[in-house]
Design a protein around this ligand. Structure first.
Ligand SMILES: Nc1ncnc2c1ncn2[C@@H]1O[C@H](COP(=O)(O)OP(=O)(O)O)[C@@H](O)[C@H]1O
Ligand SMILES: [Mg+2]
Length: 262
């Protein structure tokens, strides 16, 4: 069954339609790449999925549960919204780590705030926090950062910061991990280490949506690719098919321009 079902998402800013009838599904354990020119609506789509924007129309379901249905809008309380957001993890281009916290604290922070809502929190606080910290250390180890846990963001390279941000997103056990151009803010020599950990996550069947301009990476790692153009899905399918034998003229133009720039 599809873990994520998106149907007929529509979003305008003023008179500008930014997302136009976006529908797709994502299977559990699979990786979806979103490609397309700047301004085609990729970030807005990720923001709608993470409830940072509200679409004007459409339906979002995760594991069959309706999280959003604009035909039958629910009253969104802050607590409800927070619960819905937990289905998705988000890794930004610019990391957005908290500068005043260590790598480890960045990874444990959200979990420790959520833990306060547990009924057994007061009684078992010490154990709960120790468990969160152990889990965060495991994630940092997975990201190759075991010996950087006590460092602050300014003491880490961009690639290391981004790997902390990935660990932080994973710490909340999202159903779907979303990346918005995770390597675009990095020096070229640092993109490899970030792409490597994302590739490892794909091999471990983490369900992911990745907005990227790394075409070779998208072709290689994704199970499906969506090419967005002017707010619409222009073409989607197996990355090898889409990259090597694009059906749509717009896709051909985009890929050709991309090859020229490289
Ligand atoms: N908050 C906003 N208000 C008005 N226009 C916006 C806003 N966010 C994005 N847009 C516009 O929506 C379009 C799509 O933007 P975006 O989703 O960021 O595209 P991409 O990530 O593919 O570059 C662009 O034309 C952008 O200027
Ligand atoms: Mg964007």
């Amino acid at each position: 069954m599809a873990i994520l079902e998106v149907e007929h998402i529509q979003k305008s800013f003023g008179a500008t339609r930014v997302l136009d009838d976006i529908s797709f599904t994502l299977e559990k354990g699979k990786t979806l790449s979103l490609i397309g020119s700047s301004g085609s609506g990729k970030t807005t789509l990720l923001r709608c999925l993470n409830f940072l924007e509200t679409p004007d129309q459409g339906v979002i379901r995760v594991t069959g549960e309706v999280l959003l249905d604009m035909a039958q809008p629910q009253k969104q309380t802050a607590a409800l919204l927070r619960k819905k957001r937990l289905h998705f993890g988000l890794v930004f281009q610019s990391f957005n780590l908290f500068p005043q916290y260590t790598a480890l604290e960045n990874v444990t922070l959200a979990g420790s705030l959520l833990a306060r809502e547990r009924p057994d929190y007061r009684e078992h606080k010490k154990d709960i926090l120790a468990e969160l910290e152990a889990q965060a250390m495991d994630l940092l180890t997975q990201m190759g950062l075991r010996d950087r846990a006590e460092r602050y963001p300014h003491q880490l390279s961009g690639g290391q910061c981004q790997r902390v941000a990935i660990a932080r997103a994973l710490a909340l056990h999202p159903d779907i991990l979303c990346f918005d151009e995770p390597t675009s803010a990095l020096d070229p020599e640092l993109t490899g280490e970030v792409l490597r950990v994302i590739r490892e996550l794909a091999e471990r069947e983490t369900t992911m949506m990745i907005v990227t301009h790394e075409m070779a990476f998208a072709r290689d790692v994704a199970d499906t690719v969506i090419f967005m153009d002017d707010g619409k899905i222009c073409e989607q399918g197996d990355p090898r098919e889409v990259f090597d034998h694009p059906k749509e003229e717009r896709t051909r133009q985009f890929l050709a321009r991309y090859r020229q720039e490289r």
